[in-house]
Design a protein around this ligand. Structure first.
Ligand code: COA
Length: 701
């Protein structure tokens, strides 16, 4: 959907334009005028003939023409009436600044529903309510009470918090950062974040999409559409307000570890959205993405006039997992030919404390030509003879002349002494950072983004499975209102999706238990068998490592004596006698269905690694083979699984396949709310991994 009427309307009516300085309706009108808006402005106020020299109209109908955009700033109870007026004169786009809707409680919610109804009926699209407005510097449109119109630029900004947008605007204006548009979406009763992000995606003047969000309306669609847009334009988001409410209600391991935060993280990863931790970081990233080419790879060269910051940059490059570029011999020779003997011609190139602008110019020119270099950080500290201004000019000049296709980031450290240089860099489109770490972190975000963009096409393998079997179990449970699937049927489900489970049968007498154990071979495990007992260990319903028929019979009798006392309500069907799976490492494969983003897969090492260390990783289903493997790689325990210090590793591919199979199961059965296969015991490559226990719970769709 194009939001062009919001960014570049030919005429704007302000309903609730006020005569009184300090009122929102006055500030918006004067901001629009002060910004130099070239279209027609129609202030609407029944009590005024003119405001600030502009003719006032008592209502929309009196204008005599249809304004392309209407800004509504009347008290909440009057907004519905104004929208009805809009409908009558065929207005199609509105911004509702007024607060006092959904955010204030049930009464406000009703009012909001009413305005949505009116708008839908009349085909009016609106931004807000409870928002700060819209700003489009290229169209000289400041339809907000956020502050002065910023300079035009190529960042499209969306914010769910009006107050934050005001702060961002102030900060950007102080630093000369330009925008294509800024949109405060407020309660997003009609136009939501995705509408705006999509509009930015289509806008030629927007190169980078940035924003602050507290919630995402439709997670599934967001991931799909953001992924599509990220292929064309980077999306940089700050996200707050992820709650762990979903996690609290969870009964599985996966559920309790998968808070909303994890789901957002995974969704952003899938969609290529770059997450920013702070406003500062977002600006750091946005400037580089907006003004610099993307790096072709991870190698970074540093040019500096001081050793310390050079080392700081080198440390940051290492910590971030980037590569310190090894300069070619030719580069080193060329540098050595002109730089003083004491200069370092290896990376970081140290042009020395007495360097004037010419040394920087020369070094940057040579270093950018080096095929081993994929990005450059220019560091400068203001020493006695340092020419910050001239150096900045030299950097801008070389970058402009060479068009190397490599990003160049500057870090002029200091304050007053470098300020003029910093301004020149900014005007010249060279992003400037206040520390080497910030510059390097920005490069890392760019390198990661390039990796994401050049990722292999997502191909999800479909395994041959017995879907009908699962369908019948799920349907039967739902029909009876049973939401927890017992162990036996949970195992049938995963067996239908290709998992091997331990052998075993149900015994109803001690003697039978002994016989089954004899057939299976010792040791065996005994588990109480009751549809009413989900947590068997809690009632003493699991006994492992039984080594003889006698031990099995005794354990059986003890369970049958004790458990009915503890759980007189439980219908006990017998005891499961099961082979004991011993060799291999225990891992967990799980899924928690996030309310916004759908099935979120989890992988973790079993035992304390998951409970205490929480060394787990998540990804949204369905999974490709690469993504499944990446989930393993994202945990520390991956190294243990691979085998450390001569220990034989386990079958990594088998775990990755297990993850893909569960991902297929939960994608094909949206009724599965959460599940764990725990433990999933994997042995050496080539051996069959065993899903020892499984827990599955359902929800009605
Ligand atoms: N059509 C046009 N103008 C009307 C009108 C109507 N039907 N009814 C009243 N007006 C005029 C009033 O006469 C007044 O003009 P005046 O000051 O020249 O007399 C003007 O509209 C504003 O009305 P008023 O009743 O004085 O309201 P207000 O300015 O005190 O408050 C809001 C209105 C919308 C600003 C307020 O209700 C509000 O929501 N404030 C919070 C805004 C906010 O924070 N938004 C979110 C930001 S993130």
């Amino acid at each position: 959907m194009s939001l062009q009427s919001f960014f570049g309307p030919k005429s704007v009516a302000i309903v609730g334009a006020s005569r009184q300085k300090g009122k929102v309706g006055y500030e918006i009108l004067t901001n629009l005028v002060a910004g130099g808006y070239p279209g027609k402005i129609f202030p609407i106020n029944p009590k005024a003939d003119e405001i600030e020299g502009l003719k006032c109209y008592p209502d929309l109908a009196s204008i005599g023409e249809t304004p392309e955009l209407v800004i509504i700033i009347v008290p909440a109870q009057l907004v519905a009436g104004v929208l009805e007026e809009c409908a009558k004169v065929r207005v199609k786009s509105a911004i509702i600044i007024t607060a006092g809707f959904k955010e204030v409680g049930p009464e406000g919610k009703k009012l909001e529903e009413e305005i949505v109804r009116i708008a839908r009926r009349a085909g009016i699209r609106f931004i807000g309510p409870n928002c700060l407005g819209v700003i489009a510097p290229g169209h000289k449109l400041n339809a907000s009470f956020g502050g002065d119109l910023p300079v035009p630029g190529s960042i499209g900004y969306i914010s769910q918090s009006g107050a934050l947008l005001a702060a961002i605007l102030d900060l950007a204006n102080a630093n000369g950062i330009g925008f294509s548009s800024l949109v405060s979406i407020g309660n997003k009763a009609d136009i939501d974040e995705l509408d705006v992000i999509n509009a930015f995606g289509e806008q030629p003047e927007t190169k980078v999409i940035a924003g602050y969000l507290e919630s995402i309306t439709d997670g599934d669609v967001f991931v799909r559409e953001a992924e599509e847009i990220s292929n064309r334009k980077p999306i940089l988001l700050m996200k707050s307000g992820s709650t762990a409410a979903g996690a609290k209600a969870a009964s599985s391991h996966t559920g309790s570890l998968a808070g909303g935060e994890v789901a957002y993280e995974s969704a952003f990863k899938r969609a290529g959205v770059i997450r920013c931790d702070s406003i500062k970081q977002q600006f750091d990233f946005a400037q580089a993405f907006a003004s610099q080419p993307l790096p072709q790879g991870p190698t970074v060269a540093v040019i500096t006039n001081a050793g310390g910051p050079g080392i700081m940059a080198a440390d940051a490059i290492e910590e971030q997992g980037l590569t310190f570029a090894k300069l070619s011999e030719e580069t080193r020779k060329k540098l050595a030919a002109k730089l003083p003997a004491a200069a370092n011609v290896h990376n970081p190139v140290d042009v020395l404390g007495d360097a004037l602008a010419d040394r920087y110019e020369f070094a940057l020119d040579i270093v950018l030509d080096d095929p081993n270099v994929q990005s450059v950080v220019v560091l400068l500290t203001p020493q006695a003879m340092t020419q910050a201004k001239e150096t900045a000019e030299a950097v801008v000049k070389i970058v402009g002349q060479k068009k190397s296709g490599k990003p160049v980031l500057a870090c002029f450290l200091g304050a007053a002494k470098v300020d003029e240089g910093v301004q020149i860099l900014r005007r010249g489109g060279i992003p400037q950072y206040d520390s080497p770490e910030s510059a390097v972190t920005t490069l890392k975000a760019m390198v990661d983004f390039v990796r994401w963009r050049t990722r292999p096409k997502r191909v999800v393998r479909l395994f041959p499975v017995n879907r009908r079997k699962v369908e019948s179990i799920v349907e039967r449970h739902l029909r009876r209102g049973l939401l927890d699937i017992g162990e036996a049927e949970a195992k049938e489900i995963i067996e239908a999706y290709g998992f091997a489970t331990p052998k075993g049968s149900i015994a109803t007498t001690a003697e039978q238990a002994g016989n089954i154990a004899q057939q299976l071979g010792f040791p065996v495990v005994l588990k109480i068998w009751s549809p009413d007992i989900l947590h068997k260990s809690d009632v003493g319903g699991v006994k492992v490592g039984l080594r003889s028929e006698q031990e099995v019979r005794d354990a059986f009798d003890l369970m049958m004596y004790r458990i009915p006392k503890k759980r007189p309500d439980a219908h006990i069907l017998g005891v499961l006698v099961q082979e004991m799976v011993r060799s291999g490492k225990e891992v967990i494969i799980g899924m928690h269905r996030d309310p916004h983003f759908g099935p979120l897969m989890m992988f973790g090492m079993g035992g304390i690694m998951v409970e205490v260390l929480k060394d787990v990783s998540f990804y949204l289903a369905p999974l490709t083979a690469e993504e499944a493997k990446q989930m393993l790689l994202n945990t520390k325990t991956y190294h243990i699984l691979k085998g450390v210090r001569g220990q034989e590793g386990v079958d990594i591919e088998a775990i990755a396949e297990g993850l893909q199979r569960v991902a297929q199961l939960v994608t094909e059965f949206p009724e599965i709310k959460e599940m764990d296969i725990n433990p999933f015991v994997v042995g050496a490559p080539g051996t069959t991994p065993i899903a020892v226990d499984a827990r599955i719970s359902l929800e009605k769709k």
